[in-house]
Ligand binder design. Structure first.
Ligand SMILES: Cc1ncc(COP(=O)(O)O)c(C=O)c1O
Length: 351
């Protein structure tokens, strides 16, 4: 892929901000180059702008090289940067599967980039020819989320790879926020083969670190270099870097929690499936279930609204997705602790 054809001309020409720590690398005894406070309190120095300590742990874990990693203030920063790097406002467009994660459209609107949703099939499968019909010479990015939010299903790697191959002139973003809950495999296994692929992951889900705001974009080094040029110099603060290192150093906690959530998902699926108010539970490769409700005397939408408010009154908050494309009647329910799952079940039983 000729990156100069997909990157915005102003970004190609950008002279990035050069911070004090870019100029000098190494150890010194006196640091008076960055107008910091000299009084040590643990946070008086600017953090590492390229977060080497986090990437050094993440790279071997994920089987990638450090220069294939960008860290953002949540995946949401990476999503926004993708628009700012590739999409010329009011000229370029992006194509995205629908339904999917809401921030792809919000960031398109913020950046004044046309957003072209392409419906999944009724059972939330990809329709490559429908995608192709929306792609034109001004399409810069194709957004795919796998496992997809809110449907919960992951797509086959072969299907995703077909799309990456079939659209060599577009950037294909595969958002894998929920990948640790899926057994379908990650696109990172083929990252080295494709220059037009960006894979997003996050510390917010399986790593249990939503509050630290740390998302990850993986791509080949030329794309990562553009992320680094456009980002704020110190986009990942020191406390976040520390927490990410801590989490990565305790992989057994991550693995145990993933195991527990996977068994919780299965138990919740069986429990909810036994309720007569639950019409359908979609297959999930994520840490949530999309559940279609149906109450006697109500249509699907009314049923979802009713159950949503009923649960809310009992202090249980789920996500009402009934107004989302293809999700009529559906609630999105995150797998909680075994106790939380049981509370949900008992509460729904008394409906
Ligand atoms: C598909 C998907 N991507 C990204 C995110 C946000 O991730 P982060 O917390 O890293 O911004 C979410 C959060 O719900 C999500 O569902």
């Amino acid at each position: 892929m000729d990156l100069s054809k997909v990157i915005r001309p102003n970004i190609l020409a950008l002279a990035p901000y050069s911070c004090a720590r870019d100029e000098f690398k190494g150890e010194a005894s006196v640091y008076i180059d960055a107008n910091e406070s000299p009084y040590e309190n643990g946070v008086n120095r600017y953090p590492d702008p390229l977060q080497h300590s986090v990437k050094a742990l993440l790279a071997p874990l994920k089987g990638v090289r450090e220069e294939q990693i960008f860290l953002g203030n949540g995946s949401d920063e990476a999503i926004d940067l993708i628009y700012r790097i590739f999409c010329e406002p009011r000229i370029d467009n992006v194509v995205a599967i629908s339904p999917s994660y809401g921030m792809y459209k919000v960031c398109a609107d913020v950046n004044d980039v046309a957003y072209r949703p392409v419906s999944l099939t009724d059972d939330f499968q990809l329709d490559a020819s429908a995608l192709a019909a929306q792609v034109d010479e001004r399409t810069k990015v194709i957004w795919i989320c796998s496992p997809n939010n809110p449907s919960g299903n992951a797509f086959q790697l072969s299907e995703l790879e077909f799309i990456v191959q079939h659209f060599p002139d577009q950037i294909i973003v595969v958002d894998e926020a929920y990948i640790d809950f899926s057994d379908k495999g990650s696109m990172l296994s083929i990252l080295d083969q494709y220059e037009n692929l960006i894979v997003l992951q996050t510390f917010s889900k399986a790593w249990g670190q939503a509050a630290i705001r740390c998302g990850i974009a993986y791509a080949q080094p030329p794309i990562i270099q553009y992320f680094n040029r456009v980002k704020y110099p110190y986009n990942i603060n020191f406390l976040t870097q520390q927490a990410a290192v801590q989490a990565l150093s305790h992989r057994e906690v991550h693995d145990r929690h993933v195991e527990e959530i996977l068994s919780g998902r299965e138990i919740l699926r069986i429990l909810l499936g036994s309720l007569k108010t639950v019409e359908h539970i979609y297959p999930s490769d994520a840490n949530f279930l999309l559940v279609r409700m149906k109450l006697d005397g109500m249509d699907a939408g009314q049923s979802a609204d009713y159950v949503y408010h009923y649960l809310q009154n009992k202090g249980i908050i789920v996500r009402n997705r009934t107004r989302v494309h293809l999700c009529q009647g559906c609630l999105r329910i995150t797998v909680g602790t075994p106790e939380e799952n049981a509370t949900l079940y008992e509460t729904l039983k008394t409906l």
